[in-house]
Design a protein around this ligand. Structure first.
Ligand code: SF4
Ligand code: SF4
Length: 385
């Protein structure tokens, strides 16, 4: 089948194949340029992507998926669910000597998990539709995957709904939300020259947030304005992506969050259990589960005393998505969390966090520590007075 006069394929065939591969959501969107070109360029021009340089790369492909695959007609979009909607067990309470790891940084490296199966999908499609071009992507790839997901009208596994009948939208916190599954999802997809029989308008323009502002109100660093997040203020970005010293004005907002932040998703009504809008199809792919719970919280003293080497990082973060953080970043974050613990009057080594104070003092004076880590220790000591 060539790209010239190829027949239109029933999207249900591909959606079923995606569900068989374990993707909780799947859909097909027409390959169209982004509607958010100017907003995206303005966001970049304002520097709100922080140090995520990859956002400025492959800009032409990001703005128009047809530059990613010449002659692209469609985008197949898939999603894995990495945490249960309204999973209260996921809200670990850190004891005084530990820092909290966000849900997506706990289980296995999620990029590796979703990438492997998106590539398997492409292999299956190549075999079934020879002559067509396919280009897979996952969420850091050069595609506006959230917009494609909205356009695709994603169908939840087992829902039996008609194609395009379920939908999805981008919330005020800028994350993709599926009404039946919530927002704890990872997106991937395939741009392709295949043509599908797609009915109806390509974009459901429904703003399902309505008057809700829970995520904006709850964000600990005021990073969210409606439909825009300033990454430079976002705790997820600061703890997992930012490679320098964290401005001390943002330390308090980090609270006890050591790696990542779930606040804007935790408060969202679409992630509440027993909400009548949720179907029964929410399903976490087993590869994301963290059966022993070893990454839900991490011991602050253990991190502060760890050497800045690969063995320590391996021990603390082995195999988890948190390994995006370097050991120096993890130590930096642990010092900030420890400072917040001490300011709150608690922490390891007694009610006043004496052991944490002692470690922070040592790090500030220890020339063998990473410069950023020492600088962070000095910031926290100066805040302690
Ligand atoms: S992840 Fe946390 S810090 Fe970032 S926007 Fe959401 S609530 Fe705010
Ligand atoms: S918390 Fe409310 S405003 Fe924020 S994404 Fe969810 S529904 Fe939208």
């Amino acid at each position: 089948m060539g790209t010239g006069e190829q027949a239109e394929v029933d999207p249900a065939i591909v959606i079923e194949a995606c569900h068989a591969l374990g993707f909780v959501l799947a859909g097909v969107a027409p390959a169209e340029p982004t509607r958010w070109r100017q907003q995206f360029l303005d966001w970049l021009a304002a520097g709100k992507h922080g140090e995520m340089g990859y956002m400025t790369e492959h800009l032409a492909e990001r703005l128009d998926v047809r530059a990613l695959v010449p002659g692209a007609q469609s985008v197949i979009v898939v999603a894995d669910q990495y945490a249960e909607a309204g999973d209260q067990d996921g809200e670990v309470a850190a004891d005084a000597g530990r820092g909290v790891v966000a849900r997506y940084a706990r289980g296995r490296d999620y990029h590796a998990v979703i990438r492997k199966r998106v590539w398997a999908l492409v292999d299956a499609l190549r075999e079934r539709f020879p002559g067509e071009a396919f280009r897979p992507f996952v969420d850091t790839g050069p595609a506006m995957e959230r917009e494609h997901a909205v356009r695709a009208g994603m169908v939840a596994m087992g829902s039996g709904a008609g194609v395009g009948g379920v939908g999805g939208f981008v919330g005020k916190h800028t994350l993709y939300i599926h009404p039946a599954v919530g927002s704890f999802v990872l997106l991937g997809g395939v741009a392709t020259t295949m043509r599908f029989r797609l009915g109806g308008p390509s974009i459901a323009d429904t703003d399902r947030c309505g008057t809700c502002t829970r995520c904006i109100d709850a964000c600990p660093t005021a990073a969210i304005t409606e439909y825009s997040v300033d990454a430079r203020r976002c705790v997820s970005y600061l703890t997992l992506e930012h490679r320098g010293v964290i401005d001390d004005s943002l330390h308090a907002g980090i609270g006890d969050r050591l790696l990542g932040c779930d606040v804007c998703q935790d408060v969202c009504p679409y992630n509440q259990r027993n909400d009548s809008r949720h179907g029964t199809h929410a399903r976490v792919h087993p590869a994301y589960l963290d059966p022993e719970g070893q990454h839900g919280t991490l011991d602050l003293i253990e991190i502060l005393r760890a050497k800045d080497d690969a063995a320590a990082r391996q021990r603390l973060l082995e195999g988890s998505a948190g390994k995006r953080a370097s050991m120096a970043m993890l130590k930096r974050n642990a010092i900030v969390v420890a400072g917040n613990r001490i300011a709150a009057g608690g922490g390891a080594g007694g009610g006043d966090g004496a052991e944490l104070v002692q470690e922070i003092r040592r790090i500030a004076a220890d020339e063998s520590e990473h410069a950023m880590v020492r600088e962070t220790a000095k910031q926290v000591m100066s805040a302690m007075g």
